[in-house]
Design a protein around this ligand. Structure first.
Ligand code: MG
Length: 265
């Protein structure tokens, strides 16, 4: 199943995404929001005239109570920033107020002189989970996968002893375009980031330092994850600066392209 959040007749709605005449389109409004325990049939509540996904005004594809991020989860990225490979997952939070959808504008704050893109696979939680056991299958807790840009004010991240300011500005968490449960990160999926059309990042989930199981077990050992919560799984090497006027496209096969432009405050 694939779904998105979008503006429909002036209101935010959840929409089912299907292929219509070869085009990804929003075909139904979902009355029961994904992440609830309702099954797929009862969610698909009302058919609409199909809207091509690339013409829709997309919103962030999740409504998380929190956004939990893993830093340095690819060896090559840890090395490029001169960091050790961590012994356990390195976590930080982004506030939900940082979310924007695909097509939205990332606003660089005046107080930062260096802002970077970080393309990442996002995991959307579908079921409340707490203290997952090491042997437990985590897949039933996952609603699906999306694409996220962990946009970062690198200079603020470096001068502060924690990363709230460097990672938490409004618009610093572009996510989308959709959520899908039709891809399998365990099989190895490729993520790419293009800056103004030039390839900058090329990574594969097979290169994770910490598996999705390890990440979810680590987080839920001390924090309850709720339906809609968003987990950022880390970025591969190739991070770099983005300035006003830049177009950042993060792509994962089966999810699509998360596309955002950058502007100055
Ligand atoms: Mg990151």
């Amino acid at each position: 199943m694939k779904f998105c959040y979008f503006q429909y007749q002036g209101k935010p709605e959840a929409g089912l995404v299907e292929t219509v005449a070869g085009k990804q389109s929003i075909t139904r409004l979902l009355a029961v929001l994904p992440g609830s325990s309702a099954n797929g049939e009862s969610r698909a509540s009302r058919a609409i005239t199909p809207t091509p996904l690339n013409e829709a005004e997309l919103l962030a594809p999740a409504k998380p109570s929190k956004i939990v991020c893993v830093g340095r989860n690819y060896r090559d990225h840890a090395a490029e920033l001169g960091n050790e490979v961590p012994k356990e997952p390195l976590l930080f939070l982004k506030p939900p107020s940082a979310l924007i959808g695909s097509g939205g504008t990332i606003v660089r704050p005046k107080i930062s002189e260096r802002t970077d893109y970080e393309g990442e696979l996002g995991i959307v939680i579908g079921k409340r989970c707490h203290k997952l056991a090491p042997s437990e299958d985590v897949r039933p807790y996952i609603l699906g996968y999306t694409i996220v840009n962990d946009f970062t004010a690198r200079d603020l991240q470096r001068i502060d002893s924690q990363w709230t300011r460097g990672k938490g500005h409004d618009s610093f968490c572009p996510a989308g375009p959709i959520v899908t449960d039709e891809i399998d990160p365990w099989a190895g999926i490729t993520l790419e980031t293009h800056l103004n059309g030039a390839l900058k990042q090329h990574g594969n989930t097979n290169d994770f330092i910490f598996s999705i199981e390890a990440i979810l077990q680590y987080i839920t050992a001390f924090m309850t994850l709720m339906p809609g919560d968003l987990i950022l799984s880390g970025t591969p090497s190739g991070v770099g600066a983005a300035v006003a006027g830049d177009v950042i496209e993060v792509s994962i096969a089966g999810i699509g392209i998360l596309r955002n432009t950058v502007a100055d405050e």
